[in-house]
Design a protein around this ligand. Structure first.
Ligand SMILES: Nc1ncnc2c1ncn2[C@@H]1O[C@H](COP(=O)(O)OP(=O)(O)OP(=O)(O)O)[C@@H](O)[C@H]1O
Length: 263
């Protein structure tokens, strides 16, 4: 099983000396869509930044497609949509240029844009509903629209592994549906998707697995959960006994204890 898209083994991350992730194990299987849920500050963004190589590990290891991340070079296989930020604000580039930059990893050096590049760029713009604004400057767009530009950039790269950090924050329902449709198409092509979300909405039917973070731990790893049910899961240290006091025993007892029952 050397080609598992993501394997985190006992990953711990500290920021400014403060432990943020603690002994996180996570395996994502090829073609799966996994959502990371959990309250604000539980470590979801830190987890995806660690698995995309953006943060150093204090302990543990990350493997992407079977390769230790420190040796990994096939970055064109990875698409990453960071949490909404001002990263694109003030950039003197058009929407189409930013989306086209998502193809860079797929293109051969100094080759002109191919028909396949152009198709991927136009399709990505269409999916996020920005075809009619393709020639606008990115800084002319609203924050939500800028987020959609970043999503389109990642989609244009046709990644094998797409990691999205709260892509639907500030995106209206029709565009959430459009994003869900895009992710479905990507999934049908065999891509693996890791999605950090607060609201699952139209993505729910696509989800194969849910991981719930709490205080830097994996509190649940199993069949898909809605945000509402996920908010009732607890991390292993919340209880003294397996299956102990629990607001949602039907979801939390077998999973909260996975860590402790492991040999
Ligand atoms: N650059 C940083 N400097 C200091 N602390 C940080 C930094 N990044 C994250 N943290 C802290 O790490 C913890 C986890 O943050 P993280 O953003 O990973 O959580 P999250 O689950 O993604 O939250 P949200 O849903 O609000 O995005 C928080 O307590 C946060 O304050």
């Amino acid at each position: 099983m050397t080609d598992l898209p993501v394997v985190l083994d006992q990953v711990s991350v500290a920021i400014g000396g403060r432990p943020i992730l603690r002994d996180v194990d996570l395996t994502v299987h090829a073609g799966d869509m996994v959502t990371l849920l959990g309250p604000n500050g539980s470590g979801k963004s830190t987890l995806v930044r660690a698995l995309t190589g953006l943060l150093p590990l204090a302990r543990g290891s990350v493997r992407l497609f079977g390769t230790p991340i420190e040796d990994f070079s096939a970055w064109h296989r990875l698409g990453f949509v960071p949490q909404r930020s001002t990263a694109t604000g003030g950039v003197p580039a058009t929407v189409r240029e930013v989306v086209a930059s998502g193809r860079v990893g797929r293109r051969r050096l100094l080759r002109p844009t191919s028909a396949a590049d152009r198709r991927a760029i136009e399709s990505a713009l269409d999916v996020v509903g920005l075809s009619d604004r393709a020639s606008y400057g990115v800084s002319q767009l609203s924050g939500g629209q800028q987020q959609r530009v970043l999503i389109a950039r990642a989609l244009a790269g046709e990644p094998d592994l797409l990691v999205l950090d709260e892509p639907t924050a500030g995106v209206d329902l029709p565009n959430q549906q459009a994003l869900a449709d895009a992710l479905r198409r990507l999934k049908q092509r065999g891509a693996t998707i890791v999605l950090v979300a607060h609201e699952i909405g139209p993505m729910m039917p696509l989800i194969d697995r849910t991981v719930v973070m709490r205080d830097g731990w994996v509190a649940y790893d199993g069949p898909p959960l809605t945000q509402e049910v996920a908010s009732h899961t607890h991390h292993p240290h919340d209880h003294d006994l397996p299956g102990g006091h629990d607001h949602a025993p039907h979801v939390s007892s077998p999973f909260d204890w996975e860590r402790r029952s492991r040999p």
